[in-house]
Design a protein. Structure first.
Length: 253
């Protein structure tokens, strides 16, 4: 057996939230390329359908379904859709996320809670919904952020708090589920990749962040997706409760 076979996901079923753009699309395509059938969830159903169609056009298996991860019932519905279509869930990628940049002195309770509801609570509800169906050998990956580890010059209290909390949630779920249920739980903390979120930043801001990086460039989506494939495949079978930072070194500068 080749070492590359350890990265194959043949006959696996993966649920990906936030799969309508950015890293979510890259994750879905990579999972399909590795052999998994993918269940795509997001609120923007028109874009989801386009991603699913592209995966199927490339010979993969994919279905899409609307989900609001801040609603536990909606999360349960997405998991049930996966089970109805494929009869199993082996992988969950908690990628759905929102970001805001409000000064802490003026951020309203509603603005703060709206971020926590998606980034943190939504990941928990999805883990609950899918974890009920997962068998030993399954894997969950929560998408945190480099901003859980460093600051970046913007007022992002809700976003950074939610992403730091995801790292704690990852450790606790791993402690609860890996030994008892055989479900590995890890997180990825991406740095700066070209996505819709980073497109909202001023060019001079991104230039300043790149100047801090030890690898002086924005990340390629495929580089983060490759980390995901390692974590959810047999190649990562001895890794649980960890946060893998993929950031070009910006968090240590």
């Amino acid at each position: 057996m080749s070492i590359l076979d350890e990265f194959r996901l043949t006959d696996r079923v993966a649920v990906v939230t936030g799969a309508s753009s950015g890293l979510g699309v890259a994750f879905a395509r990579a999972l399909s390329d590795a052999g998994a059938a993918v269940v795509l969830g997001a609120r923007r159903t028109d874009r989801l359908a386009a991603v699913a169609a592209a995966i199927k056009a490339g010979g993969g298996q994919a279905i899409s379904a609307p989900v609001d991860v801040g609603d536990p019932d909606s999360c349960t519905s997405l998991a049930q859709t996966a089970m109805s279509e494929y009869g199993r869930i082996d992988i969950l990628v908690n990628n759905a996320g929102v970001g805001t940049a409000y000064p802490a002195s003026r951020e309203t309770p509603e603005q703060f809670r709206s971020v926590i509801d998606v980034n943190l609570n939504g990941s928990y509800w999805m883990a609950q919904a899918c974890g009920r169906h997962m068998q030993p050998g399954s894997s969950i990956v929560n998408i945190s952020s480099v901003l859980a580890l460093t600051t970046a010059g913007l007022p992002q209290a809700a976003y950074t708090a939610s992403k730091a909390a995801l790292m704690g949630l990852t450790r606790d779920l791993a402690a609860q589920w890996t030994g008892r249920k055989g479900i590995r739980v890890n997180a990825i903390a991406p740095g700066y990749f070209r996505t819709e979120m980073t497109d909202q930043y001023a060019p001079e801001y991104l230039d300043g962040m790149v100047s801090r990086m030890l690898v002086p460039r924005m990340g390629r989506l495929e580089e983060c997706a490759a980390t995901l494939i390692w974590l959810v495949s047999p190649a990562g079978g001895y890794v649980t409760g960890q946060t893998v930072v993929v950031d070009g070194g910006v968090s240590i500068t």
